[in-house]
Design a protein around this ligand. Sequence first.
Ligand SMILES: *[C@@H]1O[C@H](CO)[C@@H](O)[C@H](O)[C@H]1NC(C)=O
Ligand SMILES: *[C@@H]1O[C@H](CO)[C@@H](O)[C@H](O)[C@H]1NC(C)=O
Ligand SMILES: *[C@@H]1O[C@H](CO)[C@@H](O)[C@H](O)[C@H]1NC(C)=O
Ligand SMILES: *[C@@H]1O[C@H](CO)[C@@H](O)[C@H](O)[C@H]1NC(C)=O
Length: 436
Amino acid sequence: MPSLAAPLAAALSLASLALAAPLAALPPSPPPLPRGRAAFVTVNASANASLFYWFFPAQSGRADAPLILWLQGGPGASGLLGLFKEMGPLALDGAARAVPRRHTWNEAYGLLFVDSPVGTGYSFTASDGGYARSERDVARDLYTLLQSFLRTEPRLARAPLFVAGESYGGHFVPSLCAHILARRAAAAAAELPIRLAGLAIGDGLTDPPTQVLAKPAQAEAFGLVGPRGRVELQAMAENASSLARAGRFGEALAWREAMEEYVRAHSGATLYDVRRMGAYNFSDVEAWANDAANKAWLGVPPWVVHRTDAQVAAHLRDDTMKSYKHLFPALLDPAHGLRVLLYQGQFDWKDGTASNLAWISTIEWEGREEFAAAPRSIWRASDGEIGGYVQAARNLCEVVVAGAGHMTPMDQPLHALDMMRGFIEGSLCTSPADRA
Ligand SMILES: *[C@@H]1O[C@H](CO)[C@@H](O)[C@H](O)[C@H]1NC(C)=O
Ligand SMILES: *[C@@H]1O[C@H](CO)[C@@H](O)[C@H](O)[C@H]1NC(C)=O
Ligand SMILES: *[C@@H]1O[C@H](CO)[C@@H](O)[C@H](O)[C@H]1NC(C)=O
Ligand SMILES: *[C@@H]1O[C@H](CO)[C@@H](O)[C@H](O)[C@H]1NC(C)=O
């Protein structure tokens, strides 16, 4: 053996010498992808129902970095959509491979993505009883998840928590925050106190009976329909609104869907971003999520299928047209010390600026007059460009993000990051009283 080994070693060292120059010229190998930590939390044992979460600690390494819980819309849209397409530390390349994202909220903040309600994405239930039928169910299950998560990350139980979300998140976010405040008041000894510091809703659906009425004029203003089309849309919107106010939520939703279909059919536009035609295509997210090697990397069992389960929305059909505006006076009450950010992408028709301002301006809270009188000012982002427009009073902040559609952070990644930083650090939203 030694007689063989010596020439082999010599040959190898020759080979490495010969290779030394070309090797040095190769680009350095890419840094490992942030993997974070993924887990399932059982929320109803008898239904075998579990919620999936994926957590990424703040890249800054700051031990006291605030934590953002992100709630995707739908209902039934996976948290992986926000992660990969909007603000997570990972994005997908053209071949549906995970790559690092350039501008991520994870730079400064811990990010907790969830597949909620039960049945969404990787989350599953073995029986019909596991599905959420109301926002109370959704909030209860998310609260169970938060308690379990904070027990495994005790350091984060002391970090300020911001609950953020998009679209149908306009239902989920205030409902969960109200639930957290209620549990705080109950001071249940067995539960970890949750340091809720604020909430943020992007392009939210919060007060549908009001919001639906603002959409026909907005469709005309965007040039998607003409004056005659607007009149037809208005009649449908009024049906949707009055049926919702009468508690006939299923019929109300059918009218709203008919109105949206009219605009889509007559314009061909992406209703979530009127600058685009056709529909978004996010099939790469599901392709990534169901790839066996990716599931193994993430620690998701092979039998879990990532999907858009139609049962999630079906069980919440009567919830869609319900209003959650009534939760805001308590959420804005200075006694709780919460900050509230409501932002919209300028080119969203689905749940855009006009439809949101219509309900925001009618919230019954102490700062109502002050908010109405507050000037709207230009907000400059960190690159010197106009990021959008801000209107704020006390702890309420309204932002229109320039050059963005419904999925604001996807369209304006740097500006959306600047906005969240400004909101959380307190520099973005200055009320007239602060400036005086
Ligand atoms: C829950 O359902 C999954 C999928 O059918 C199954 O593999 C798992 O063993 C079940 N867990 C329990 C605790 O029954
Ligand atoms: C849990 O699941 C069971 C069985 O499906 C169901 O009957 C029950 O209502 C569920 N519990 C809650 C709190 O939703
Ligand atoms: C509104 O609903 C009523 C009946 O519920 C129907 O007759 C009417 O045509 C609807 N409006 C529009 C614009 O379709
Ligand atoms: C969506 O994109 C994938 C590639 O990522 C493509 O295979 C698929 O056909 C597209 N779907 C639609 C409806 O365009």
